[in-house]
Write a protein that binds this ligand. Structure first.
Ligand code: FMN
Length: 178
């Protein structure tokens, strides 16, 4: 099965921030979208449950992806930061489907800290570096400053799709590697 676009944006979101960023990024890239769905309850776990999952290392059940992950050129994976790590449903996604993923890029949303360790765990679980990363904190979300950052991230991903990038530290806090 051929995907509609060569790019896919995959994200998990408990309270809407990562979904909002993922949606806007997908629009900028003309990418397909896939929301990771936690199959417990109505899909929105409590903060208490999320914290416990994170501390216990629980890998919650998630819905099977409705798209052929391995047929994309690039999968951009987004997560909220939970105690300095990827959210548990994203850890589950990486555990179950990481080996099928093509080139990747990462983004996260967070209160204010933990992006480096979150991206570090995602890279470790995949066994290969992302093409680029983008971290968005609550301040940027509140005043809309994240849109500039998202524009820069999207253009780097689009450039990278045309020509492979070598390790470059880009402006605006966005790390690009290839
Ligand atoms: C269980 C839990 C742990 C969190 N841990 C962190 C953290 O370590 N650092 C941080 O900056 N924000 C942390 N946050 C805040 C979220 O990362 C932030 O609100 C994020 O944008 C939520 O994304 P979402 O709306 O897509 O679920 C945490 C939130 C939850 C629920």
């Amino acid at each position: 099965m051929s995907p509609a676009s060569p790019l896919l944006v995959v994200y998990y979101s408990r309270s809407g921030n990562t979904a909002r960023v993922g949606h806007e990024l997908a629009q900028r890239l003309g990418a397909d979208q896939l929301a990771i769905e936690d199959l417990r309850g109505d899909g929105r776990v409590s903060v208490w449950r999320a914290t416990l999952d994170r501390l216990l290392g629980t890998l919650p059940p998630i819905a099977d992806p409705a798209v052929p992950l391995e047929n994309y050129d690039l999968v951009v994976l987004g997560t909220p930061v939970w105690a300095g790590r990827p959210a548990s449903p994203v850890r589950r996604f990486l555990h179950d489907h990481g080996a099928r993923l093509p080139a990747t890029a990462f983004f996260c949303t967070m209160g204010g800290k933990g992006a480096e360790s979150t991206f570090g765990e995602m890279q470790e679980r995949l066994g290969k570096p992302p093409r680029a990363t983008c971290a968005i904190d609550a301040g940027m979300m509140a005043y809309g400053g994240y849109l500039d950052r998202l524009d820069a991230f999207a253009s780097r991903l689009a450039d990278g799709a045309r020509a492979p990038l070598n390790h470059v530290h880009a402006w605006n806090g966005i790390h690009v590697s290839g």
